[in-house]
Ligand binder design. Structure first.
Ligand code: PMT
Length: 223
């Protein structure tokens, strides 16, 4: 990890969960705390980058010098990501745990308790990281893969399907790493290789990840 290795670069990071409203008081979400994304924002600041952190609802302080944009839903996160891209982005890091589906309609009033079963129709959310990876000009794109089984196979498939430059996969079936924990462990894949990052504090994992991104970025765009 080299201090200053991202000097002059603009990094955009998505972090935390999204919340998809069912009615004015209920939503669909997940267990993301934002810790991994915020640790990456801090590591990118230390590397000298200008950082925009597009954050779902979390209980974390904004790291110094980070420009934070608060969002709630996946659609808002996509709009904020596209706006940040339009303002200039060399590297896009998608740590957020974006809801894949949202309720087809948001009830205007609180849904009253009714029969024994209730059906909520869901529609697919846009894929934010895949949308960014398809844009021109295109930043270097690091995606994440949160899996509970066949972790490495699914991660490699996502690298290709979403046209990412790199993917960091973590096993979210483990309680000691992944969601909410202060630690993580991952395998990072790119087309030419992979690197395992052993279990460590998320801030150390973040610095190691940033170092790998810098390495790949300079392999793609030699100075
Ligand atoms: O926040 P923490 O508590 O610290 O936990 C960290 C983490 C476990 C959330 C993080 O390390 C992680 O794995 N983030 C990715 C979570 C996820 O939603 O993974 P996925 O495999 O479902 O999605 C794959 C990639 O596509 C991710 O980069 C995701 O941000 C992106 N995606 C997914 C769906 C969607 N609609 N838009 C997206 O951009």
């Amino acid at each position: 990890f080299a201090v200053g290795s991202l000097t002059g670069k603009r990094v955009v990071i998505t972090a935390g969960p999204t919340r998809e409203a069912i009615d004015p008081v209920r939503y669909i979400s997940n267990h993301s705390s934002g810790k991994m994304g915020y640790a990456l924002a801090q590591a990118c600041i230390e590397a000298g980058a200008h950082v925009t952190l597009i954050s779902g609802p979390v209980h974390l302080p904004t790291p110094d010098r980070v420009q934070r944009v608060n969002v709630t839903s996946a659609l808002q996160m996509l709009a904020a990501s596209q706006q940040a891209l339009a303002e200039g982005c060399d590297m896009f890091i998608a740590t957020a745990a974006v809801a894949d589906y949202r309720p087809a309609a948001v009830a205007e009033q609180k849904i009253k308790k009714q029969g024994d079963e209730i059906v909520i129709e869901l529609v697919k959310n846009p894929d934010i990281v895949a949308t960014i990876a398809q844009s021109t000009p295109r930043p270097f794109v690091l995606g994440f893969a949160a899996e509970t089984q066949y972790v490495e196979n699914y991660a490699r498939a996502k690298l290709e399907a979403k046209k990412l430059d790199m993917i960091a996969c973590n096993d979210v079936s483990r309680a000691d790493i992944g969601f909410q924990s202060d630690d993580n462990a991952m395998t990072v894949f790119w087309r030419g290789g992979y690197q395992k990052l052993d279990k460590a504090n998320k801030s150390l994992i973040a610095r190691q990840l940033v170092a790998l991104c810098v390495q790949q970025l300079s392999a793609i765009n030699p100075a």
